[in-house]
Design a protein around this ligand. Structure first.
Ligand SMILES: [Zn+2]
Length: 413
């Protein structure tokens, strides 16, 4: 890696056009000066041209040698890259899980574009999919293709995106833009109020967080140094109108906010400083809004395509190594939906808990799922069958409670 870093430094120093641009400018200056001399005195044309010939050639040679240097710096860097990262096939390309599900893949791409606010690109993508010619099969001659009108290739367009998805996301971006760029809470508060009931059901704090921000905003507004109560009074009025709606769930927070009024003249040295001077609160509200907005549409907070692609990129080196090792030992993956190695992913990319039976130390599968015993301990189904010797009463391996296999329940992770 060190040698690559050195090459990178060399490329940064030599692989740019700044010197060449200077030398090209010198050539232009030479020619401009000659043209002006000729324009000023027509009779001087021949001697001027003769005089400029030699420096012009030298200047052009200089430009050429500049470019050579850049070219060689690029060549060296690309050689170093090739040496470090040997060209390798992308792992698992021969069992490409995506190719059998083009419609789902295309849906994920279209939805990703919509949720990123790339509406034009999404529309182009969808209309190009529609107008795409049906894929022809290469293993047939023309006659049989003509006889066989059925398209047995999986369809690329067999998916639906709810018709209002684009307008929903357009609305989301309007609200976010107001919130992030203009610190304008109105559209977000309006949205939260419209969905108040469902937000409450989800246990979301969004509506209250937005109203707290509004309280802080009013508090700090129009702070006339001669009339320190101007902002706080407005905040108090707002609190009187709004806080009763929240008092059941946010009693502590609302009374604490009202308590801040007592510190109005010296807020910065009060215990409320962190509430009032918190730059993260806006971004926090914005990401909470995205989360709740997507949840209302039945969508996850992050684009699944983004999550899958990022997790895939993180996993790539392990998969690559796995395939290489498997290739060397001639091994095969035994289970279809599982990888034989652990792929370390950050916590935020873990979605499915894995169960390992404490008795057999085996990982749970569809055929051997975790089972909860009447005492609450969980073991794998096969272990349960073993300790109950078919279908008899048994004692839990971890506590004295006895049970019958019938009383055990399958656990879904
Ligand atoms: Zn037990």
């Amino acid at each position: 890696m060190e040698s690559l870093r050195l090459e990178q430094q060399k490329l940064d120093k030599k692989g740019n056009l700044s010197k060449t641009i200077g030398d090209v400018q010198k050539t232009i200056d030479l020619l401009t000066a000659a043209r002006e001399a000729v324009a000023a005195d027509g009779t001087a044309a021949a001697p001027t041209l003769a005089k400029v010939k030699r420096p012009l050639k030298a200047s052009l040679d200089q430009v050429n040698s500049d470019i050579k240097e850049i070219y060689s710096a690029h060549k060296d860097y690309s050689k170093a890259l090739d040496k470090k990262f040997k060209p390798q096939p992308i792992p698992a390309s021969h069992h490409d899980a995506l190719s059998s599900q083009p419609a789902l893949t295309n849906r994920a791409i279209a939805m990703h574009l919509l949720r990123e606010g790339q509406f034009d690109v999404a529309q182009t993508f969808l209309s190009e999919l529609e107008s795409r010619p049906k894929p022809a099969r290469h293993d047939q001659d023309e006659d049989s293709l003509m006889q066989d009108g059925d398209n047995i290739e999986p369809s690329h367009t067999d998916f639906k995106i709810p018709g209002d998805m684009q307008s929903q996301f357009a609305h989301m971006y309007t609200v976010l833009d107001a919130l992030r760029r203009h610190h304008n809470l109105d559209p977000a508060i309006q949205w939260a109020r419209q969905h108040s009931h469902r937000l409450d059901q989800r246990g979301s704090n969004l509506e209250f967080d937005l109203c707290r921000l509004r309280f802080v905003e009013l508090y700090c507004q129009d702070n006339d140094p001669n009339d320190y109560m101007s902002g706080p009074l407005k905040a108090l009025e707002y609190a009187r109108q709004t806080f009763p709606n929240f008092s059941a769930r946010y009693m502590r927070e609302t009374s604490s906010l009202l308590g801040s009024l007592a510190f109005a003249p010296a807020l910065t040295s009060s215990p409320y400083k962190s509430v009032f001077y918190n730059n993260d609160a806006w971004e926090h509200a914005a990401s909470s809004f995205i989360r709740e907005f997507c949840a209302m549409q039945g969508l996850s907070e992050k684009s699944p395509l983004y999550t899958a692609a990022t997790a895939g990129a993180i996993a790539l080196p392990v998969l690559e190594k796995l395939e290489r090792v498997m290739g060397e030992v001639g091994g095969q993956w035994t289970s279809v939906n599982e990888l034989p190695v652990e792929i370390p992913l950050p916590q935020s990319y873990l979605f499915h808990s894995i169960f390992v039976c404490p008795v057999s130390k085996e990982q749970g599968t569809d055929a051997n799922p975790p089972m909860m015993l009447p005492c609450g301990h969980v073991i794998a189904k096969e272990s349960l069958e073993k300790i109950s010797r078919g279908n008899k009463r048994f004692k839990c391996p971890y506590c004295p409670v006895e049970g019958h296999p019938k009383e055990a329940r399958k656990v879904f992770l």
